[in-house]
Design a protein around this ligand. Structure first.
Ligand SMILES: *[C@@H]1O[C@H](CO)[C@@H](O)[C@H](O)[C@H]1NC(C)=O
Ligand SMILES: *[C@@H]1O[C@H](CO)[C@@H](O)[C@H](O)[C@H]1NC(C)=O
Ligand SMILES: *[C@@H]1O[C@H](CO)[C@@H](O)[C@H](O)[C@H]1NC(C)=O
Ligand SMILES: *[C@@H]1O[C@H](CO)[C@@H](O)[C@H](O)[C@H]1NC(C)=O
Ligand SMILES: *[C@@H]1O[C@H](CO)[C@@H](O)[C@H](O)[C@H]1NC(C)=O
Ligand SMILES: [Cu+2]
Length: 239
């Protein structure tokens, strides 16, 4: 009974969890599970002559994501650089930590109004249990705010969110991915909450190795949950 149940669970997990995360809206310029950790766009370069270019309302539009890890912290950003290569990103929304596997949609991500009428790139980065992961969308910025929500713009049952400050995302949030690459692991906001949440030996060793990166204001009681989440993340990625 027990082995069968475990096998069934593993099968169910492997059927569902075959990616780190997907960007479901606006349309991604490309997804490669193995290379999703390659910034700034998960190993793809925007190509406006071939990509699926989506109209994106500057006054607020949907960004729909499906996270296939139990937890991750999101950075939403945009650039008018159509190659997304010049490290000139603008952060579009506060960093937000999703807890719970599945769909997560911000219905009203806005960009500067002056971008209307221009082409650009929306970038989404997550600090996941296995590191930073990237996706991008090629968009036409259009005036106004979205008047309808996409069918993909939903939140999975049980998903919760909280605003945090994530040390691993800090250099990216500042607009320049390369500026922080050599110092990212050593920086932190140094709040009492953060220090307290990483006092357990297991938690800090997980934090210092690639799989368990968590920064910012993790509630005091959740160190164990973070470790479990990191373990789940690793297990899923092995399947
Ligand atoms: C383009 O993106 C939209 C929005 O995500 C999607 O509905 C549509 O199927 C995509 N078209 C192609 C050809 O991939
Ligand atoms: C960076 O992007 C802004 C728009 O957000 C633009 O005004 C500025 O000229 C860009 N800077 C460079 C160096 O491309
Ligand atoms: C989109 O969905 C959000 C969240 O449910 C809701 O607050 C908002 O009013 C919706 N926007 C539109 C244009 O329907
Ligand atoms: C999903 O959850 C976030 C965080 O609670 C919320 O801001 C957003 O409006 C929700 N999206 C929808 C489509 O309800
Ligand atoms: C980004 O940071 C790198 C490394 O510090 C620096 O060489 C580069 O000039 C920066 N780029 C911009 C656009 O500020
Ligand atoms: Cu992953």
């Amino acid at each position: 009974m027990a082995p069968l149940a475990s096998a069934a669970l593993l099968l169910a997990a492997s059927a569902v969890v075959n990616a780190h995360f997907t960007l479901d809206y606006p349309a991604t310029i490309g997804f490669n599970d193995d290379k999703e950790g390659t910034g700034p766009c998960g190993s793809f370069t925007p190509d406006f002559s071939n990509d699926n270019v989506t109209d994106f309302h500057v006054g607020g539009d949907n960004v729909a994501i499906n996270l296939l890890h139990p937890q991750g912290t999101w950075l939403y950003r945009g650039t008018l650089d159509q190659t997304a290569s010049s490290n000139n990103w603008t952060q579009l929304f506060p960093e937000v930590m999703q807890t719970g596997l599945g769909k997560f949609c911000q219905p009203a991500i806005a960009v500067p109004e002056s971008w209307a009428g221009q082409k650009g790139v929306i970038g989404v980065v997550v600090d996941a249990p296995d590191g930073l992961l990237y996706q991008c969308a090629a968009v036409n910025f259009v005036a106004g705010a979205a008047t309808t929500n996409q069918s993909t713009c939903t939140n999975s049952t049980g998903v919760t969110a909280s605003f945090v400050t994530d040390a691993n995302l800090a250099p990216l949030a500042a607009g320049n991915d390369t500026a922080g690459s050599s110092t990212a692991s050593g920086t932190g906001s140094g709040t009492a909450t953060q220090t307290a949440s990483t006092t357990s030996g297991t938690s800090s060793s997980t934090k210092n190795s690639a799989p368990g990166r968590v920064g910012g204001s993790v509630p005091l009681g959740s160190a164990a949950a973070v470790v479990v989440a990191a373990m789940f993340g690793s297990a899923f990625m092995l399947l």
